[in-house]
Design a protein around this ligand. Structure first.
Ligand SMILES: CC(C)(COP(=O)(O)OP(=O)(O)OC[C@H]1O[C@@H](n2cnc3c(N)ncnc32)[C@H](O)[C@@H]1OP(=O)(O)O)[C@@H](O)C(=O)NCCC(=O)NCCS
Length: 382
């Protein structure tokens, strides 16, 4: 589907679980040095056959999907990655375990430009023709860096990173990767290392997702929530309570929207008096968005002044603020969230609001309704 939408895709196969199962079934000892498995000749032979099996299975699935969707794209594999031996580290010979030497970006770009999907595995030859077993996460990160990819998606058994309480971390700042590592399992640690390498190497965003979650890629890419962990070079700023010293920035944000008639006029004094109702998202001293919550009665509240800096794109600031306001409202046992809007009714409808009326508003708010402004009234049951 992503390919049909014009997204250039490079897929990297991991065979780690199959290799682990094979080693367990055979009762073999797998030797590791740090995170890296040491590959000897007999293990390499088995890995070659597992990698081929996986590639053929995937090719079959791809063919079926291509036929079903009448797609025209091809799946291309080839010698796009060259390897070098990892060598001897701390006295340990890594034998046929290798590392990425070079990615043939020109050849990959040519395939992507032609609309093909490039499929890489983690076996690669050195320029001398020797075959090495690489870590698939390394191949993925190095390929993403070399191609200047917009995104790297690393899928695995663990669906996301967790904090010290075991709760999901949906966004992780690059600087916090080190301290978060301690709470992750080995599989996630490997992916975090690769994500860090990729993002430091210039890849804009890296998503860590659960391979077992149906639709994980689409929900992660297309919705504000997702199910995984996002690591970005510039982590999205969190929503926070507004303070009096935010007033100049808030006025700067709201004034143009008030002039356009999208928002109701608020004087500086009124804003200052009501600052506690506001939450904002601020980044590098600039306010990217705001929203306010006004309780109307014991069960209803109004969302107001939802505003996003027009220069801010693709950060879902509006959706994040709405989510925050809904959480705040629920925490106060609010069940009906109203919004009055002149220019964004569709935006709210797409987020679960339905058309309502003046009569549905609590009486105290009905009395203040500005018939001249004629805002549309929408309501969401929380
Ligand atoms: C409505 C508003 C808050 C949305 O903020 P945002 O950060 O752009 O929202 P998100 O990033 O979460 O969502 C973006 C999507 O909403 C769409 N969208 C933005 N404004 C919209 C509007 N007025 N009506 C319908 N859809 C809108 C975008 O096209 C985008 O759609 P896409 O994902 O299909 O490309 C922002 O446009 C705004 O500040 N509007 C002016 C103030 C206003 O009317 N506030 C509501 C009254 S309180």
């Amino acid at each position: 589907m992503l390919n049909a939408l014009g997204v250039h895709l490079v897929l990297i196969q991991s065979t780690r679980h199959a290799i682990d199962s094979y080693i367990a079934e055979q009762g073999l000892e797998s030797s590791y040095h740090g995170h890296r498995r040491i590959t000897d000749e007999s293990l390499l032979d088995r890995i070659i056959s597992l990698v081929s099996q996986h590639r053929l299975t995937f090719r079959g699935l791809f063919m079926r999907a291509k036929h079903r969707n009448r797609a025209r794209s091809s799946l291309i594999s080839g010698n796009f990655v060259s390897a070098k031996p990892l060598g001897v580290h701390e006295g340990i010979n890594h034998k046929l375990t290798g590392s990425v030497r070079r990615i043939d970006t020109d050849a990959i770009h040519r395939q992507l430009q032609a609309g093909s999907i490039v499929y890489l595995d983690h076996l690669a030859h050195s320029p001398a023709g020797e075959l090495y077993n690489l870590a698939s996460e390394e191949v993925a990160a190095e390929t993403a860096v070399a191609l200047h990819a917009d995104k790297l998606i690393l899928m695995g058994e663990t669906p996301h990173c967790v904090d010290s309480q075991g709760d999901r971390i949906s966004e992780l700042a690059l600087a916090l990767i080190g301290t978060t590592q301690a709470h992750q399992n080995d599989e996630m640690k490997r992916r975090l290392d690769a994500a860090e390498r990729a993002v430091r190497g210039g890849v804009g965003r890296c998503h860590l997702l659960g391979a077992g979650i149906d639709g994980a890629i689409l929900t992660e890419l297309m919705t504000a929530d997702g199910t995984g962990t996002l690591i970005a070079s510039q982590p999205a700023a969190p929503v926070r309570q507004a303070r009096v010293d935010d007033l100049p920035g808030l006025i700067h944000l709201l004034a143009p929207l008030e002039e356009k008639g999208a928002l109701v006029q608020r004087s500086r004094d009124k804003l200052e008096a009501e600052i506690n109702h506001f939450c904002i998202i601020e980044q590098d001293g600039r306010i990217l968005g705001s929203a306010a919550l006004y309780p109307l009665d014991h069960a209803s509240a109004e969302l107001a002044a939802l505003a996003v800096d027009h220069a801010t794109t693709e950060q879902s600031i509006g959706s994040k603020l709405l989510k925050h306001i809904e959480q705040q409202a629920r925490a106060s046992s609010i069940t009906n969230l109203f919004v009055l809007t002149t220019q964004a009714s569709d935006w709210f409808k797409e987020r679960g609001f339905v058309m309502s009326s003046v009569e549905a508003l609590p009486e105290n708010r009905q009395a203040l309704y500005n018939y001249q402004r004629n805002s549309l009234i929408l309501k969401k049951e929380l």
